[in-house]
Design a protein around this ligand. Sequence first.
Ligand code: SAM
Length: 279
Amino acid sequence: MSEPLLTCEQALAEACGRIGSESPRLDAELLLAEVTGWSRTRFRAFPETELTDKQLEHFRHLVARRSMGEPIAHILGHQDFWSLTLEVTSDTLIPRPDTECLVEAALELELPERARVIDLGTGTGAIALALLRERTGWQVLAADLVPAAVALARRNAERCGLPLTVIRSHWFDEVEPQQFDLVISNPPYIEEGDRHLSRGDVRHEPDSALVSGSDGLDAIRHLVTESQHWLTPGGWLVLEHGYNQGEAVRSLFRTAGYSGIETRRDYGDNDRLTLGRWH
Ligand SMILES: C[S@@+](CC[C@H](N)C(=O)[O-])C[C@H]1O[C@@H](n2cnc3c(N)ncnc32)[C@H](O)[C@@H]1O
């Protein structure tokens, strides 16, 4: 005997009981939207709509993956960032909403109409593509060490129809000699062995995107020092960092000789980025 059909609301209620995340209802709605191709508004407007056997089977399979802790973005294969929908894979970080604060900070700077910009450790290409979406005159270069991330950022540039050049490089090592008005990066900044590495989505993301030495600051130290050789006079360095690293990062900027140094907070009111200007 075949199982009775479930309505959207019944399927969502069943899923909420299985998904052990912090946002079971949202997760379940996103998965059901993926399976049915319907918007989340439609489930709310027509909760009694019945799912087909095939839809229910597919939905339960995705719910099982989520209940094992797999990130929603990996299950869906995409993640929204800024006004873009980006492909994501397990080769790099899933773009986080707080990283949009870097994009906002960069857009507030007084930069030339045809500003030259580099996004180091671009991952999905999130920061670089959001900047290009807002400033069509900017010339944006992006780099990542991991070949699969380079390929991913190139696919995302194509998907968004934005003219981003992506190269494989250990920070500036493979970049042609030139000067930039803006160097921007969300580098790895978690301490080796940090307890956060064994929790939530982070367990499914590669160390290459997360970890940077015993105090988490190896990459940031390198970028603060190296960027001096690549910035135009008056050019800006904008770096994301951990909620507890603001003071240490400002001190690195000061020691290196940047001015206008400022740390800004994210949507959760935590220190999240520091910027400074090179003379
Ligand atoms: C925290 S993730 C940020 C990804 C993306 N920019 C974002 O904000 O979502 C850091 C990225 O830096 C890259 N990365 C790590 N070490 C690097 C290096 N030495 N040179 C260039 N990229 C590096 C990683 O592969 C990863 O994609």
